[in-house]
Design a protein around this ligand. Sequence first.
Ligand code: VG1
Ligand code: CO
Length: 544
Amino acid sequence: MIRIHTQPAIRFEGQRPGTSGLRKKVGVFQQPGYLESFVQSLFDVLPDATGKTLVLGGDGRFHNREAIQVILRMAAAKGYARVFVGRGGILSTPAASAVIRRRGASGGIVLSASHNPGGPDGDFGIKYNIANGGPAPESLTEAVHARTLEVEAIQCVEAPDVPLDSDAVVRLGATSVEVIDPVADYAEVLRGLFDFDAMRRLFASGFRLRMDAMCAVGGPYAKAILEGELGAPVGTVVNAQPLEDFGGMHPDPNPVHAADLIRHMSGPGAPDMGAATDGDADRNLIVGRNFVVTPSDSLAVLAMHARKVPGYRDGIAGVARSMPTSTAVDRVAAALGVACFETPTGWKFFGNLLDAGLITLCGEESYGTGSSHVREKDGLWAVLFWLNLIAVTGESIEPLVRGMWREYGRCVYSRHDYEGIATADAQALMAGLRDQLDALPGREVQGMRIAAADDFAYIDPVDGSVSRGQGVRVVFADGSRLVLRLSGTGTEGSTLRLYLERFENDASRYGMDASEQLGAMVRAAEELAQIRRWTGMDAPTVVT
Ligand code: VG1
Ligand code: CO
């Protein structure tokens, strides 16, 4: 006889889930009943779980283990037949996606605040993925949010903690909880896509990679595959041990937060390639010697050369990018004669396009790249894709990127983040911009003529759902673009993101510094949005 324990729930007035799941300070998640109330709201809106399988794991950050035990007891009360949980409570976001797909689960819960710092004063997060392995669509996250406003009782079985450190099967009431190897399913997916022999030969020939896992969950995956299977020298993966506080690092693989990697990639003794992944290993940074690849360019290069990699030998069906991502991949898609979709920010919008077979590759400017192999962005996948290309083309990172610029022109790109703005001011800035939209086309700003301006709305081509208010987009006559939107993943105040893109097809200017080339765009953004006035800041907090 299973005993189900019931306790009162907490209501979440005004706390809407953001771009991907619910993210809050650890202290918020530690409030008695907080995590439980969110999970109960999710379980209340999901259909009956009889006979169904749930996947559970997280990026190992502070509070991961406690949360896993709570969710296991609640999943048993919900009546799942089976729960697969990663050993040690570990599953990277792309690995969770792979496990859900390969094991026919009805969904999965991933505990992560992604690239946000961890530890007792850091962030925690939770997200639900559906049966295709991808983030829950807005219809579901809205339903969960609505439920958090009225949820009353939390239900969990009374049972001791499940031992997570060895592979075992434990019964929790009527639910079978299976602890699984967090790497195996995922590694099998990658083996089916890439030429492992070619990459083994590359490492055997002395090719040197520095893979920085930023003390986050990517470490065990990178070690098993790069050092274990591909023969990369031991020590190729640095910061490989996942730590609850990421060793104090900010596990966001961009040139600012992965400054140590950038340092190692400059100078004469630098390795051939550098790479980094984020807290939950779905993001990636690719670096050559003295050369940083922008994520938008990375997507374009992968699309351009996809046929050289076994998993994409037959060509790609199409590509998609988030709206703020540069238009570099659009030109590659046009040349390949395949469709290119522009979606709102957040991986959830790619799921329908991938499921319908409309696209094969997709990516975001925020260091996210992925394909139809799972339904999440995938950091290590991107690293292997680049390694495979280097192995079969014999070209290194910089020539591969310059080759793409030569064919299609260069989108000089930068993102400026203004963090910790008072929410009312951030909203006033956006409202001010939205009010001007109709008057912008035809106007000259900083000597550049505006061709079009809108507040991006997306109609999903598969299910017809509409997402409005996804960011202000100003397109200039030469194809250059300014995009402004507010972040949906922050945990303190509001973050304004300003995305700058200038199209350049004069090869003699490719050597110029991006910040130099974007000066007029920055001034145009200031003129239109009055960023100084609303943020009280003279400069962005992070420039990538
Ligand atoms: C940010 C990025 C977005 C990404 C999201 C989740 O969202 O801009 O491109 O999909 O993080 O990434 P926002 O709303 O803060 O701009 V991950 O690796 O953090 O799950
Ligand atoms: Co992430």
